[in-house]
Ligand binder design. Structure first.
Ligand code: GLN
Length: 199
């Protein structure tokens, strides 16, 4: 089984560890740069992107994360994690940095004003069967994507799931639903990368 880390600086780390284990990965929290060496893939959880950004800088994680993602480490970000994977934030808080990796511009708290939190059925390209139950919590949306970024899902005309190469991101939180199909999609991406590397 692939070893998949969950960036454990802040956010819903435990829920991702449970979902990854259910999707047949060996899941472990990652807090220090050294722990990045042992993982085949990495999840950036939901939480607060400004806090995750600050802690990543404080713990010396930001540059190692950027380097690993640039080198092709499979990554999956949910909500705040999606923001962390964006090459550009439309409305960053001062000092807020991202890891980057997906050519997209995101708008933080985009769904937040009218609805702090809601659920909606989301059809995701590459996920078979019924739509996924999308849990949106002060969720961002993707304002625009570059040519290399694939749009996997939209909600009411706004982009809420994307993929670029080995990087996957959703505005919503599949780790909170008990439906592990999106985590399976990600573990499949991690396995495919491992297979390609051993050719
Ligand atoms: N609004 C949060 C942010 O900007 C994201 C919320 C979430 O991850 N549920 O980071």
């Amino acid at each position: 089984s692939p070893v998949i880390g969950v960036l454990a600086l802040q956010g819903d780390v435990r829920e991702h560890l449970v979902a990854l284990a259910a999707a047949d990965a060996v899941a472990r929290p990652v807090r220090r740069p050294g722990a990045l060496d042992g993982v085949d893939g990495l999840v950036i959880p939901g939480g607060e992107s400004t806090t995750i950004s600050k802690l990543a800088v404080l713990f010396g994680m930001m540059e190692p994360l950027r380097a690993r993602v640039r080198a092709g480490l499979p990554v999956y970000g949910t909500c705040a994690g999606l923001i962390m994977l964006a090459d550009k934030i439309l409305d960053p808080r001062s000092g807020q940095e991202t890891i980057g990796g997906i050519d997209m511009i995101v708008r933080r708290n985009a769904f937040g004003r009218q609805n702090e939190s809601f659920e909606a059925a989301v059809d995701i390209e590459g996920v078979e069967g019924d739509p996924v139950e999308g849990v949106f919590i002060r969720a961002p949306w993707v304002e625009s994507v570059g040519a290399g970024t694939e749009v996997l899902a939209e909600h009411e005309g706004h982009i809420v799931a994307v993929r670029q190469g080995n990087a996957l991101a959703t505005s919503f939180h599949p780790e909170l639903t008990g439906d592990h199909r999106v985590h399976r999609l990600f573990t499949d991406m991690v396995r495919a990368r491992g297979a390609a590397d051993s050719l």
